[in-house]
Design a protein around this ligand. Structure first.
Ligand code: ZN
Length: 254
């Protein structure tokens, strides 16, 4: 039976000075073997290494990495895991080389990095280990996948950006759609039918019970730090939207 742990929690902050890309990195443990789901952005590389170290793990202890998709904020640290097999949907590798016009988070250097690694294709229904299977969840990108894990007595869905936050359930679609709006909507329906517990790409894990969201664990406060020792101070103001606008690339599917 897999055990599931979060190495870095996902958040969906954005700012007038660019995005942070703070995505969820999950650790799956099966006996003595360890697997990651996504590897996060370079800005969280130190945090990832520290999270592994604090669990007594080194880079060589990770034998597999599943990538939900190839946006930079979910896979930039994959190069750290040179000995691991890298599991992803073959359509996503193609997408990384030919992303949608409005998708500024996909870059060919990611496909080049993976070209030097042990990539293995996976797709819908593949049972990659005991209690661990892949479901196709396209729409956010062309070859997006999610992972269904049997944890304890129930199914848990590690969703990536097909279901980036708890608001996706109410909205019926993720807040960024670069490949296809119908695929994205169907993927959300498929995920909600498959599980009650979600590990989203940019939010804390939550349980869905009769439409009610309850968060399971992870920090609800983030600390920003700055210094005024040179005399200049930059402060942070926070805007909270009751409804997040959905960003849909105008070029659909082909
Ligand atoms: Zn993404």
């Amino acid at each position: 039976m897999p055990e599931l742990d979060v190495l870095t929690y996902g958040f969906s902050f954005t700012s007038d000075q660019g995005g942070f890309g703070w995505s969820t990195i999950s650790l799956v443990t099966l006996g003595s073997r360890h697997m990651l789901i996504d590897t996060g952005p370079a800005s969280r590389r130190g945090l990832l290494l520290q999270a592994l170290r604090s669990r007594g793990l080194g880079l060589e202890d990770i034998d597999s990495v599943i990538l939900t998709h190839l946006h930079w904020d979910h896979c930039q640290n994959t190069d750290l895991f040179r000995n691991a097999r890298i599991l992803l949907h073959p359509r996503e590798l193609d997408y990384a080389r030919n992303p949608r016009r409005g998708d500024l988070s996909a870059a060919w250097y990611i496909a080049d990095m993976l070209g030097k690694m042990k990539v293995e294709p996976v797709s819908d229904g593949d049972e990659i280990d005991e209690g661990l299977s892949i479901i196709d969840t396209p729409g956010h990108t062309k070859g997006h996948i999610s992972v269904l894990a049997q944890v304890g007595g129930e199914k848990v869905l590690v969703a990536g950006d097909a279901l980036p936050d708890s608001g996706t359930v109410k909205r019926g679609k993720p807040y960024n759609i670069f490949w296809d709006i119908n695929d994205a909507t169907q993927s959300v329906e498929k995920m909600v039918a498959a599980s009650k517990v979600f590990y989203p790409g940019h939010d804390r894990p939550f349980r869905l019970d009769g439409g009610q969201v309850s968060y399971l664990h992870g920090p609800s406060t983030v600390e920003f730090a700055t210094s005024n020792e040179g005399g200049g101070v930059t402060t942070v103001s926070v805007k909270v939207y009751s409804q997040r606008p959905v960003n849909i690339d105008l070029v659909q599917k082909g």
